[in-house]
Design a protein around this ligand. Sequence first.
Ligand code: ADP
Length: 547
Amino acid sequence: MEFDAVLIAPRRAEMVRDGHWHDRTINDELDACVAQFPDKLALTAVSLDNGAVRRFTWRELATMADRVAVGLARLGVVRNDVVSCQLPNWWQFTVMYLACSRIGAVINPLMHIFRERELSFMLAHGESKVVVVPKTFRGFDFEAMLNGLRGSLPALRHVVAIGGSGPDSFEARLADPEWEHEPDAREILTRSRPGPDDITQLIYTSGTTGEPKGVMHSANTLMSNIVPYAQRLRLSSDDVILMASPMAHQTGFMYGLMMPAMLRASSVLQDVWDPKKAIELIRAESVTFTMASTPFLTDLSKAVAETGQQVPSLRVFLCAGAPIPGPLVEQARAALGAKVVSAWGMSENGAVTTTMIDDDDERSVNTDGCPLPGTAVRVVDGDGAEVPTGTPGRLLVRACSNFGGYLKRPHLNGTDADGWFDTGDLAWVDERGYIRISGRSKDVIIRGGENIPVAEIESLLYRHPAIAQVAIVAYPDERLGERACACVVTKPGQGLDLAGMVEFLKAQKTAVQYIPERLVVLDAMPATPSGKIQKFKLRETLRQALS
Ligand code: ADP
């Protein structure tokens, strides 16, 4: 695969000069972990799905990564090939990235909620050569789903299933054969290591106007964010990092998979969210830091309050990914005893703004933080002119961690000649330079940190024989922040109910989490004279009806 990462080369000189790009890759970090802390516990993976607990030291993790890397090479994977991982937070996820990086392959993390509709687009667009999936997870057979898709994916050579049987299982293909002892292994493991500006990660972000977009990152773009992030949060090799938020999202990938290696710290992976289990893990493993979106913070604080089980080792909970209500921060601070740091970011940039460890709690209650070193923000009006302090407008970011562009979609990169990226979020900046996200100009619904691609689901619904017009809008939800409601106008003489709509969308094989949870049938859509549906009116009507 050729990666058209047009946003990397033009920035290089400035980023190196200013000390943001360090020209290291995860290979350098893993080698340093083994050199400095070979016998230190690197990773503890706890599966609530299958009951397994697996621990690795840095030496063991590196050995497994080498083994899997040689195994991938034996499957025909070469430099710049895409290896997709549709995995929960299992140890194999971490190993797959470390292994891909040994041979210059590009990891493509995929959420386990994706079904045929999402996967058939992403795997074809990314030209994945190998896909690694669980045989089953939460009772769903991923291997069967992928085998069903194979016929329509000419680039796909292998589906490797973890926990499967037969020659295509992860165990047989990648984990068990001790390839690293074979004579050509050293050569395989060293001949095509990637450089720091090569694409290392391809991650899809919900299309706001249509198809998903493949965000390309290099080691330099990812790591130039993780370094200042860890410094600001005062994280070090002494920390134990819990990751219960999916590693198939940028949050989990950068701070649960990459950051522990960069810090020589330890990670604890949890595959199914259960706040009581998280409390147990924090206590048993002496977890000091975690990052997740708002519902995780809500659930964890509630569980601590309910069970009376304290989490004294937890120093910092970083909350980002969805609007963070101030009262929730206050409750969480009281219940957890940990510093709650609020932050804002996205797949294209990583975390861009965070509050500081020494800030008054008020900062996390009322703001989403200030820019990390190497990043700058601007809030502008419709004409691109900067607005005064405290005035909401479009949020632009100029970051050392800005992505390399969208794969095969350079015209959509959203980044101007000076490097300012238009985030699609609305925000205001206060007199101290802290931002608060105040809304979105892009049409997505954030259901508990998971972005629902509104336009895509609407276009699926337009195929429904009873639907004449449809608009999907958010309605507020206490735990998840927002949920989706479909507002429809039916064709003359046709009817539609929620169960019928859900059944229709399930048959389209879309992620269940994307399916609207309410349906409102209207006589007519509120629209502008030019015929544009006025979603703000629908939201208002819905809010009134629900309160
Ligand atoms: P991630 O994978 O980290 O969730 P996405 O790119 O999927 O990143 O989603 C990023 C979007 O999430 C942002 O553009 C914004 O709309 C929303 N978001 C992130 N952090 C916050 C926050 N603190 N407050 C409000 N919205 C947020």
